[in-house]
Design a protein around this ligand. Sequence first.
Ligand SMILES: Nc1ncnc2c1ncn2[C@@H]1O[C@H](COP(=O)(O)OS(=O)(=O)O)[C@@H](OP(=O)(O)O)[C@H]1O
Length: 456
Amino acid sequence: MMIPQKFLVMKCVRILFILHVAGILFVAYKIYSSSTSQPGTTNASAREYFARKSNGNASSSVGFSSNNNVIEVQYTATVAELGENNDEFINEEEDEGEVNTDTVSDDEDNTDAATENIEQPEQGKQNNIAFQSKNVNRKKDDTRAGSSVLSQQTSKSNGPNLAYKKEPLGLPLSSLGTPHWTIMYAGKYSKSLYSPPANERPIQRLPGAIVIGSPNSGIRPLVDFLEMHPQIVPLKKEITFFDNQDRLQFFSSDFLSQMPVTYSNQVTVVRARFSYWTRKSICDLYFRNKMLKVIVVLRDPVSRILSQVTNSNKGRAGQLVVAQQGQTLKINNDTETAEWGRYVEYLKMWTQCFPKSQIHIVEWSDIMQRPSLTVHIIEGFLGVPYKLKADNFFRDEARRVYCIRPLHTKSKTCLSDKRGKIPELTPQEEALIYNFYSKHNEELFKLLGQRYHWGP
Ligand SMILES: Nc1ncnc2c1ncn2[C@@H]1O[C@H](COP(=O)(O)OS(=O)(=O)O)[C@@H](OP(=O)(O)O)[C@H]1O
């Protein structure tokens, strides 16, 4: 049977019409779904968004792909690294045109806020974040994002023209679109010693370890020694991040903004004094970062006091007057100095909050007499590859200290000579001061399950 030609034409027109409508619906759907998948437009919290994106998968990759002037950025950060209130970070503003370095207002307050309720995901369980934007914009004088460790050579002509309204916490977005840049920490090591994970962009991360102790206990030399390791990146200055109610500001954007820029296989190490911490703030720290490692530095409290007095009298003979007043000991009329040697009081609090397996004790003579072995053990404790060798340390017999010869350079670094004269203790003063500490020291040894040769 012959089908009329007119009928066939009608049929074809109908099919074409249906296909056309289907095409329009498909395009409309695509536009709709891409707009709703933008984190900024869903208004979902950063945490929900990251959780949805990551499906709980651990990923350490950071990748960049450029597509029609739309830069897709994928990087990895923990929720805590980014803070809770990251809406401003994912609400990028599409802003065509020249990079304008002066127009961005950096509203810190939003990011500082909700750090109280952040649950720190366990290490390794990181969330993958992806977002899209055209044109990244950044404040010129923004000193956040570890600018002390990150030096860049910005070139407008290089790379795509990018602008973000706000720099997300922890990510040096300024570096997007600047192909030539130098990371001081990672970059100082030759490729044979350290190569960052492929396609990864470094970000500021929360600490993986904290070194604590009392002043003049040897934290500084220990941190200097550890810094030779390409995967250990210390923040040299002490941290003091508490509000006036002892609440830890450890996870605030302000805190994070002071962290060095690191790759995912590097460990950020911070240092803090024993005396800053209360049990509340220590437990708070643990609950927010259950994987944090704690390195405790201890020194004979008497020689610690001598060091403190010596160093506080730069170039002059340190004066030391010891007097007992009831349960307290006065050193040059000050009671705090002696308190700092009652390590057991501090350490007890740390052991009440952190599992002992996450606390590593280092004693002064470990640092001063066997630095190579000491850092080797710490490499294992921190989970970084064993890279530091005996060669990295050499003894300066005149000064009776170990100096360092870092991996990335042939130059040597020794302790400065600029020190005061060590004050002398009379036998009575010495007995008084050792008696004061003997009870505390015994308690400490009991807690540690080992003794140190501390004494006259
Ligand atoms: N590189 C190196 N090698 C050996 N010894 C060193 C080194 N750097 C510092 N020191 C000695 O460490 C003591 C100061 O300890 P801290 O660094 O914890 O003190 S603080 O950070 O200044 O509070 C202090 O000890 P004393 O010499 O007994 O005063 C410093 O001399």
